[in-house]
Design a protein around this ligand. Structure first.
Ligand code: MG
Length: 256
């Protein structure tokens, strides 16, 4: 069921979104060669808790036997890791890396979810392009995040833009509705046909998140049961915001 948020709920989601964005800003400032993804995790956790929130990814259930619940406050995915990388003291960023940070702040019963891919030091032009195209794919998608359009219009815009740039979108993971639950209906694929899917209505809150691979779209899961990597070893990037459908332009909730 797709929930329509009340004015009060939207106010609470703005606050959760603000905290999630604030955590990203602090991480962005800290990104440099030599820092570990464990340290980035601590920065995010401290920012979120200092603002009265909870890092909602910590302890997120795997739902699978033998796979522990997610141990981090953020997902930190380096280079060919696509999503759900586990923060680690051994994952030390170096010049030329990219790192995707996906985090969720929970406060007063509501969630704010956003992801960014950061460049560490100096990277080749084509790496920059991957990061830029992934971010722009989000903005191409939300051109259709308006009353009167359908969900498939967003999906189609993202997938088409990415493929026109010669990259692949991840097919097995997708964006999602968000609110009192981190993951609500509807699922929002990063590819698909325009004109299909549910009609967008004011009060819907959606986490739209292009996950883009430089090479082909095949992915693998590591033995930790969480980390998703590209099969061909090529780089991957991620960009996400929580947005609100309104009567007019969408409002990005994960902002300061
Ligand atoms: Mg996320």
């Amino acid at each position: 069921m797709v929930t329509i948020k009340s004015k009060r709920e939207i106010e609470l989601m703005r606050e959760a979104g603000r905290i999630a964005c604030l955590a990203q800003k602090e991480i962005e400032k800290a990104i440099k060669p030599g820092i570990s993804t464990y340290e980035l995790d601590k920065i995010a956790e401290n920012v979120i808790r200092a603002n009265g929130g909870i890092p909602a990814e910590k302890g997120y259930p795997s739902g699978r036997k033998g796979i522990p619940d997610f141990p981090g406050s953020i997902c930190a995915s380096v280079n060919d890791e696509v999503i759900h990388g586990i923060p680690s003291k051994r994952a030390i960023l170096k010049d030329g890396d990219i790192v995707s940070i996906d985090l969720v702040a929970y406060k007063n019963g509501y969630h704010g979810d956003c992801a960014r891919t950061y460049i560490v030091g100096k990277v080749p032009e084509n790496t920059k392009k991957l990061v830029d195209v992934t971010k722009q794919a989000f903005f191409e998608g939300i051109k259709f995040a308006k009353k009167g359009y359908r969900l498939g219009d967003i999906s189609n815009a993202i997938g088409t833009y990415v493929e026109n740039n010669g990259y692949s979108v991840v097919k097995e993971f997708q964006g999602h509705g968000i609110g009192a639950q981190m993951h609500e209906d509807p699922g929002i694929p990063n590819y698909g046909k325009a004109g299909r899917g549910i009609r967008l209505e004011p009060g819907m809150t959606l986490a739209i998140e292009p996950m883009v691979i430089m090479g082909n779209d095949s992915i693998l899961e590591l033995e930790d049961g969480w980390t998703i990597i590209t099969e061909d070893g090529s780089l991957a990037a991620h960009y996400e915001n929580t947005i609100l459908i309104t009567e007019k332009e969408p409002e990005i909730l994960t902002k300061l």
